[in-house]
Design a binder for this molecule. Structure first.
Ligand code: ZN
Length: 297
């Protein structure tokens, strides 16, 4: 028997009184992908019920919103997106869905990492991979949730502060994992270039099979250059993100003599029972895999 049924049985007044508070207890929130959904759920707690548009293990660069996504966005009180050009498919979605809630751009306070790719100046959207940016995401999402739910502001602020302390502890833990690894061994190769912020934070040199978006395919000469770089740079492991096509990275590993490492998580979490079911679990899992591979470099 649910609590409401019990109250209804005890008193009609309690039953009526209980309905509005139940309805107001959990505001519908939509996040564009699973990492933002996890952050929002941690900060919002029972004040929000969060749904991710791009599913776990999904690709947030390229996504086709479904009719059900449009309904979810229309009914949402809060919409959380990354920004920095990650979700091109979001440009028209809120308006098309008739969204009227609070829209939060989680990366708003981040200093973007710019790079030249195929001769173009592009912004790297994967800012969440640096835990110090994760802290900025939490502050921005908390501000937005407090704006949407002012009567829950105190509890949201308290949960955000606790979560920030956990992220800062994780950042210190990651730095400790790399502390004993000499600079010349701190090199990793991943299938798409999603770890630039992470590499900058912890002093790691990165190579990638694909660019910062999964939308462009590398040419045969790009691949040949990469294989030469691996051999020259003495990189022993290639990592494939959970949400990218592994075929290209497998070819590169085979042709360069590098070992294909276990899946790492860049743009999407694993299912809850997997190795990266939350933002913090993802950071720890990736770090453990990268540090083990660097020891063999
Ligand atoms: Zn990506």
């Amino acid at each position: 028997m649910t609590r409401r049924m019990l109250l209804c049985g005890l008193s009609a007044l309690a039953c009526l009184g209980n309905l509005p508070s139940r309805a107001a207890a959990s505001a519908p929130a939509v996040a564009t992908f699973s990492i933002l959904a996890d952050l929002t759920a941690r900060i919002g707690g029972p004040a929000v019920s969060v749904r991710s548009l791009v599913p776990v293990d999904g690709d947030a660069h390229e996504y086709q919103p479904t009719p059900d996504d449009l309904r979810q966005v229309k009914n949402a009180a809060i919409l959380v997106e990354n920004g920095l050009g990650l979700e091109g498919w979001m440009t028209r979605l809120p308006q098309a869905a008739g969204f009227h809630g609070v829209r939060i751009t989680a990366a708003e306070k981040v200093t973007p990492r710019r790079m030249i790719e195929d001769g173009k100046d592009v912004i790297d959207p994967h800012a969440w991979q640096d835990p110090r940016n994760g802290v900025l995401y939490v502050r921005t999402i908390a501000d937005g949730l407090m704006r949407a739910l002012p009567d829950k502001a105190a509890e949201i602020a308290a949960r955000a502060a606790g979560f920030i302390a956990e992220i800062e502890e994780t950042d210190r833990w990651i730095a400790r994992q790399y502390a004993a690894i000499p600079q010349e061994k701190r090199r990793i190769l991943t299938s798409h270039d999603a770890f630039g912020y992470y590499g900058t934070r912890y002093g790691i040199a990165l190579l990638a099979v694909q660019g910062i978006s999964t939308e462009s395919e590398p040419s045969a000469s790009d691949i040949a250059t990469l294989i030469a770089q691996i051999k020259h740079g003495k990189i022993r492991a290639v990592f494939v993100e959970n949400m990218t096509d592994p075929r290209l990275a497998k070819t590169v590993a085979r042709d360069s003599g590098a070992k294909l490492g276990p899946a790492v998580y860049s743009d999407a979490l694993s299912p809850p029972d997997g190795p990266a079911g939350s933002y913090l679990a993802m950071l720890r899992h990736n770090t453990t895999q990268f540090a083990a591979a660097m020891a063999a470099n």
